[in-house]
Design a protein around this ligand. Structure first.
Ligand SMILES: NC(=O)c1ccc[n+]([C@@H]2O[C@H](COP(=O)([O-])OP(=O)(O)OC[C@H]3O[C@@H](n4cnc5c(N)ncnc54)[C@H](OP(=O)(O)O)[C@@H]3O)[C@@H](O)[C@H]2O)c1
Length: 335
């Protein structure tokens, strides 16, 4: 696997980031280890993304959000490879009380979830960094993301606290996730005014199809031109989550199962999906692989975060780094 610059930091990371969201939940410990071993040993990857809340929402109440960091920590300890990796985790979207967010059948009250996020106060960040370090069995995090926007906490409190963690050696770089371009600009301006380290990385949803015009009001939905322009102007890196939009490119049935499909279901999206089907058949690869391979050739550069809940999905997706899209098809895809 190739290595790329992480924005204007001096760090080199693998061109694919390993999305650890399903480790310890949808993927049991043994298959989690197998996927991590393959990514690290066979593919030479070093960049891994987790959070302090993955993946509490699966199952019917048996998970609380510790699972992914726990399994990743156990794996790094067993393989003694912590210092060879670039580990990203996140704070802010853990639930205050994961035990009371479900009805008696174990179904999540999704309309309450955002109000239940812990947020980004000084108290939460100082507590949660130590919990993440314990679970990950390490004494530093390479990239620490604020997971969501917290409208109730002044941004200077958050940025100031994150900077005390940098000074204490607990974190190295700061990342932001799920912010609008304006929210990100504002946070960076506050940091600049206070002489604090700014965000080096943005993590947002991005894929080959985009939401319909007018449906992208929510900063959690999808990155667009304004965001790319701002990120480039700041020399920030861009990491793309949900690059396959839950697997819709190869399997048509998954489109209707995807909870956000109504935001994407447009004439333009259908044309793009047809093009993906057409070109992937000609290249004898899957639509999902074509999208991931296209993302690796994206200008401006993006680092896709691979998502999967099964070993066979992981193996299919990771092979996209070995796919060379002929120039004529790349031109068609970009057009
Ligand atoms: N910052 C954030 O707010 C945020 C949000 C989401 C994710 N992330 C990060 O980004 C990573 C990737 O995100 P994601 O899991 O949402 O990615 P994704 O690209 O949308 O893929 C996830 C889902 O797509 C389906 N899928 C993936 N590969 C497939 C294949 N080859 N064939 C068929 N179906 C396939 C699977 O669905 P099924 O399980 O239904 O089979 C899988 O669980 C996560 O691990 C996490 O680290 C961050």
């Amino acid at each position: 696997m190739k290595y790329v610059n992480l924005g204007s930091t001096k760090e080199k990371v693998s061109e694919f980031c390993f999305g650890a969201m399903m480790l310890g939940t949808a993927m049991d410990k043994s298959s989690s280890f197998k996927a991590l071993d393959h990514f690290y040993d066979e593919m030479g990857g070093n960049f891994i993304d987790t959070a302090n809340c993955y993946a509490w929402w699966l199952g019917t109440g048996e998970f609380i959000g510790d699972e992914s960091e726990n399994v990743l920590g156990e794996w790094m300890k067993a393989r003694k490879n912590r210092d060879k990796l670039f580990i990203a985790t996140k704070v802010g979207a853990r639930l205050k009380d994961p035990y009371h967010i479900r009805n008696s059948k174990g179904e999540v009250y999704w309309d309450r979830v955002k109000d239940e996020y812990e947020g980004l106060t000084k108290e939460v960040i100082l507590r949660e960094i130590d919990n993440s370090l314990l679970r990950l069995k390490t004494d530093y995090i390479d990239l620490y993301y604020t997971h969501v926007y917290d409208k109730n906490t002044p941004i200077d409190e958050t940025m100031d606290t994150l900077n005390t963690l940098i000074k204490a050696g607990k974190i190295r770089y700061l990342g932001a996730s799920n912010l609008s371009a304006n929210q990100l600009r504002n946070a960076n301006q506050v940091s600049e005014a206070h002489n604090l380290q700014k965000y080096s990385v943005l993590q947002a949803e991005y894929s080959y199809i985009h939401p319909k015009e007018g449906t992208n009001a929510d900063s959690e939905t999808h990155a667009g031109k304004e965001m790319f322009d701002y990120v480039a102007s700041e020399g920030m890196a861009f990491c793309a989550y949900s690059p396959l939009l839950k697997g819709i490119y190869t399997n048509r049935e998954k489109r209707n199962q995807y909870y956000n499909w109504h935001l994407y279901n447009s004439e333009e999206a259908r044309r793009r999906l047809d093009l993906i089907e057409n070109i992937s058949q000609k290249l004898n690869i899957t639509g999902n692989q074509l999208v991931l391979a296209w993302m690796l050739r994206h200008n401006p550069q993006i680092i896709p975060i691979l998502g999967f809940s099964k070993m066979e999905q992981y193996f299919e997706n990771i092979q996209a780094c070995n796919i060379n899209i002929p120039e004529e098809y790349l031109t068609l895809l970009n057009a």
